[in-house]
Design a protein around this ligand. Structure first.
Ligand SMILES: Cc1cc2nc3c(=O)[nH]c(=O)nc-3n(C[C@H](O)[C@H](O)[C@H](O)COP(=O)(O)OP(=O)(O)OC[C@H]3O[C@@H](n4cnc5c(N)ncnc54)[C@H](O)[C@@H]3O)c2cc1C
Length: 302
């Protein structure tokens, strides 16, 4: 839709709707241009209203913590929706069920579980995303994934209809699932197992230490760039990259992490094009050298 038409259509959302809004600071790579429309959804009622107004006529991208997303340097010709802190609620239901809003950070869910003597959530202390991003990605580490603790999700489709989906009706795969791209996740319920808080805390610290030892932290990255090609080879993706690519290869400020070669890093002023070139270069070299066609784990918004 043309921008002036959108400005009229979305006037009632006031300051929560921004036009040609900067995306660079909204993702871990610290790369990006502008979104034609950026909408901070304050609550469910407003979100339903907003989606109905758009009437499915715009490309929509739901942004979590931006820890798995590479964003275009140019103008994203669509609408980016970010859930506000009102989607940050977290509560205990009965003894062992936690309900968390989609904007809750994984590590906050992990801390909440610890404070309520529930285990099963320890791995989440190592993933820097939100619940929404974790559901979409079936995020995981140390042999655990979202699917292992998820009971159900609540979501809204782009027509504004709110639905609940039990996790047994969702087909999960490694870093993927069959949930429609059309859904905005609102909240989720999870089941834990009662345990001693000291044991839970010890396990969390062990996993965090392990993660810190093997993967870079506190840098501009999106974590693993490619998925492990589990159907094609038993080798891990980092092994394929290490065997196929000169690890000092860079395009502008887009470089390969010296700590983990499946983590790509913006060491300063990398652009979308720099990072994209590095991603394509690595995929091409791995294919030439090993015959394995890598699939991207990170999401690209362009
Ligand atoms: C240092 C570092 C370490 C990492 N380690 C791991 C790891 O160990 N394991 C792992 O699996 N990942 C890891 N990641 C990747 C990333 O943290 C996960 O994929 C995380 O789940 C992404 O969540 P997010 O909120 O940042 O999602 P975003 O990057 O914001 O979005 C990712 C996808 O989720 C969708 N999405 C987000 N919120 C919603 C919503 N409410 N409704 C519908 N769709 C939504 C987006 O549209 C997009 O398609 C790491 C990343 C970094 C930077």
């Amino acid at each position: 839709m043309e921008i002036n038409k959108l400005k009229n259509l979305l006037e009632e959302f006031g300051e929560n709707v921004r036009f040609e809004h900067d995306l660079k600071k909204k993702n871990w790579f610290n790369i990006g241009g502008k979104a034609k429309v950026f909408y901070k959804a304050d609550n469910l009622k407003d979100l339903v209203n907003f989606l109905k107004k758009l009437n499915n006529e715009e490309k929509i991208f739901i942004l979590g913590a931006g820890s798995n997303t590479l964003m275009t340097d140019g103008l994203f010709d669509g609408v980016v929706i970010k859930l506000s802190k009102n989607f940050n609620n977290i509560s205990l239901l009965g003894n062992d069920i936690i309900i968390a809003g989609s904007a809750v950070l994984d590590r906050s869910l992990s801390d909440f579980a610890l404070n309520n003597n529930l285990s099963g959530f320890e791995f989440l202390s190592c993933i820097p995303g939100t619940i929404g991003g974790g559901i979409r990605m079936n995020a995981g580490c140390f042999g655990k994934e979202f699917k292992d603790i998820l009971l159900s999700i609540q979501a809204i489709d782009k027509g504004g209809n709110v639905i609940t989906i039990p996790s047994k009706n969702i087909k999960f795969e490694y870093r993927n699932n069959d949930l429609s791209e059309d859904l905005v996740f609102l909240s989720a319920s999870f089941k834990g197992v009662k345990n001693d808080s000291d044991k839970i805390s010890k396990e969390m610290n062990k996993l965090k230490a392990e993660k810190e030892k093997n993967q870079p932290t506190k840098i501009k990255t999106s974590g693993s760039t490619f998925k492990n090609p589990v159907m094609q080879t038993e080798k891990k993706v980092w092994e394929l990259i290490k065997d196929s690519v000169p690890l000092d290869k860079s395009f502008g400020d887009a470089v390969i992490s010296s700590k983990h070669c499946n983590f790509f890093v913006n060491r300063g002023q990398a652009t979308f094009k720099d990072m994209k070139k590095l991603i394509d270069f690595v995929a091409k070299k791995v294919l030439e050298n090993t015959g394995v066609r890598l699939e991207k784990e990170i999401k690209i918004l362009e």
